[in-house]
Design a protein around this ligand. Structure first.
Ligand code: LLP
Length: 420
């Protein structure tokens, strides 16, 4: 048995399995492109994370932006997670999944008035404010609704998480959070407002972070702020470390969660607060694959192209970040290796999954698995080129559960009619 990326995806008799099901069977039954998720992987990751921070008062809020299928949200909620949402739409999904509003926190640099009203009416646990303007707006809306809102302030600690510039968020040149120089003043001002309770300090320094040091530096910076606020009598109840814990896509050393815990726990122990975490990718990325069929194998000049039936519309990460995703055949073979670009059928040169990748030779009609597609795959998908979003299958042992069906042509038109 050859384990591919983790225990949930492995080869048996040269065939790729997800848990106890050959993925090829799913591809034939449900068609391609197709997202396949492993339930046991999601559970293991959550339990590992939670266990690593045993010994401190903590709560994990699953970042729904990484995979917002309501079944996936429910699965993590059932394991004890709260949910971190970034929009009214994600809030809607979390509520539909049956999550208690008191287990939902709301992030985002650009919340609209409508979103703030909705969050307060639903009585979610808290909103995170990212600017002075937002603090005052939440206070005003809260007043008009005759309530007192719990908020946390997201502080930008100005540390370099050394990740892709598009997913780095903790530098002062990024749009996120409140400048650390203004943080104390704003906490004190916010604490004076009648319709707010300032209960938390919050940070999120980026995504796909593999450096434990980056977290340590940021937490230490904000620990100082915590002490200053405590001295001023501000009753901070929680400290939110954010998400961003990096995983293995290729040969990078993933963030070691035990090591992170070892370094952070002694700092946390000096705080008298509950610690929040908001992992997304760590919990979901390597629990999902995108299964695709090879349509054509062609050559332009000296270059080989493998044209598949998935595209940037299903997994945007390579096009957007030049992200690496491992690609493996569903059936292992002993064919000779070729170097090829694996591309989709969308009318963009940027529509690719791999460039100059060494793969064993496969032929049209065969299937490939694109790994690491459980996070920021479906949630970043689109209908560009009139493509219908693929189904999502959650595998539970030997049972495939269709947690979302393939979109139909009717989905494409939704509320669009000829009016002229
Ligand atoms: N909390 C906040 C406030 C966030 O903005 C994010 C991600 C998370 C938590 C979860 O981060 P994670 O643990 O998943 O790294 N589309 C990009 C990733 C963007 C992440 C944005 N914020 C990608 O595909 O790499």
């Amino acid at each position: 048995m050859l384990i591919l990326q983790n225990e949930s995806f492995y080869y048996k008799s040269n065939e790729l399995y997800c848990e106890e099901i050959p993925v090829g069977v799913l591809a034939k039954q449900f068609g391609t492109p197709l997202f396949v998720y492993s339930r046991s992987f999601f559970e293991r990751q959550f339990n590992n994370f939670n266990k690593a921070f045993e010994g401190i008062k903590r709560k994990i809020f699953f970042a729904a932006k990484s995979n917002f299928n309501i079944n996936v949200i429910k699965l993590f909620h059932n394991l004890g997670a709260g949910i971190d949402v970034n929009s009214a739409g994600e809030l809607y999904r979390a509520l539909k999944a049956g999550v208690n509003p008191s287990d939902i926190i709301f992030s985002g640099v650009g919340k609209t008035e409508e979103e703030i009203v909705l969050a307060l009416k639903k009585k979610i646990k808290l909103l995170k404010a990212e600017s002075a303007e937002e603090i005052f707006l939440i206070n005003e809306i809260s007043k008009s609704l005759g309530t007192v809102a719990d908020i946390a302030l997201r502080v930008n600690p100005d540390v370099d998480a050394k990740t892709h510039p598009y997913i780095s968020t903790g530098l002062k040149t990024n749009k996120f959070g409140i400048d650390s120089k203004d943080a104390k003043r704003l906490f004190l001002e916010a604490a004076k407002l009648e319709n707010l309770r300032v209960v938390g300090i919050d940070m999120h320094i980026g995504s796909q972070i593999t450096s434990v040091e980056a977290y340590k530096n940021a937490v230490e910076k904000l620990a100082e702020l915590y002490r200053e606020l405590k001295d001023k009598g501000i009753p901070i109840k929680h400290f939110d470390v954010g998400g961003g814990m990096g995983v293995k896509y290729k040969d990078e050393e993933p963030l070691n969660i035990e090591k992170l815990a070892q370094i952070l726990i002694p700092i946390f122990k000096k705080f008298d607060v509950e610690i929040f975490f908001e992992p997304g990718r760590y919990l979901t990325a390597n629990g999902g694959i995108l299964v695709t069929k090879i349509l054509y194998a062609k050559k332009n000049g000296e270059k080989n192209f493998i044209v598949v039936d998935a595209a940037m519309t299903e997994l945007l990460r390579p096009s957007l970040y030049k992200a690496y995703h491992n690609i493996q055949p569903l059936k292992l073979n002993n064919n000779k290796e070729i170097t090829a670009d694996v591309v989709g059928g969308v009318c963009e040169s940027g529509d690719y999954f791999a460039k100059d990748r060494k793969l064993t030779k496969t032929t049209p009609g065969e299937y490939l698995a694109i790994l690491g597609a459980g996070a920021y795959g479906m949630t970043m998908s689109s209908n560009y080129n009139g493509r219908r979003r693929p189904p999502e299958i959650l595998v539970q042992g030997n049972q495939p559960i269709v947690i979302r069906g393939r979109e139909t042509f009717e989905h494409l038109l939704y509320d669009e009619e000829i009016k002229i």
